[in-house]
Design a protein around this ligand. Structure first.
Ligand SMILES: Cc1cc2nc3c(=O)[nH]c(=O)nc-3n(C[C@H](O)[C@H](O)[C@H](O)COP(=O)(O)O)c2cc1C
Length: 163
């Protein structure tokens, strides 16, 4: 099945991570799809942050159709130690995900609090298998040399575990 890279990005870092993952799959002859998650209503950073802290999922512009994809890598920021409303909205909007394999990633400052575990827990509640959860810091993303081994490691796991 075709892999999908689902991403939410406000300032572009998680989009860059999603693009690097897509290119890594492509480099191995695998045509991964990039799917952006966007909220139906665009709100300012402060309101979005408050919603993240309160754990309120965003209503999405479009519910991603994941039927033809597996594995699915999700890239999203961390805000004040919380998952973003878009990430929460994505998981909420998902149908049951038995048989789907997810990898949950965050490009952030490196202060993940309990978010990695929380993201895995939410995905597992939908019946998904979680291949892994991790993060790369914004400075490592921008530093030449740190991003390629990171994306290579993630794609290795995705390929090995869905073969
Ligand atoms: C309001 C705000 C709060 C943030 N809180 C955290 C945090 O708690 N932990 C962390 O590691 N990064 C935190 N960050 C950093 C973001 O996760 C990081 O800049 C991320 O790469 C942004 O993703 P984007 O460029 O794809 O939108 C925060 C950023 C903002 C703007």
């Amino acid at each position: 099945m075709r892999p999908a890279i689902v991403y939410h990005s406000r300032q572009g870092h998680n989009k860059a991570l999603a693009m690097a993952l897509t290119e890594e799959f492509q480099g191995r002859g695998i045509d991964a799809a990039m799917i952006q998650i966007t909220a139906r209503r665009q709100i300012g950073m402060v309101r979005a942050l408050i919603r993240a802290i309160l754990g309120r999922p965003a209503r999405l512009e479009q519910k991603p159709n994941l039927v033809e994809y597996n594995p699915i890598v999700v890239c999203s920021p961390i805000w004040a130690g919380h998952l973003t409303p878009e990430f929460l909205g994505f998981v909420k909007s998902m149908d049951r995900a038995e048989g789907k394999k997810f990898y949950s990633l965050h490009c952030c400052f490196g202060d993940t609090a309990g978010t990695l575990g929380r993201a895995s827990e939410l995905l597992q509640q939908k019946g998904a298998e979680v291949l892994g959860a991790g993060y790369i810091t914004t400075s490592d993303l921008l530093e030449r040399g740190k991003l390629p081994p990171f994306v290579k490691g993630v794609v290795d796991v995705c390929i090995d575990r869905t073969a």
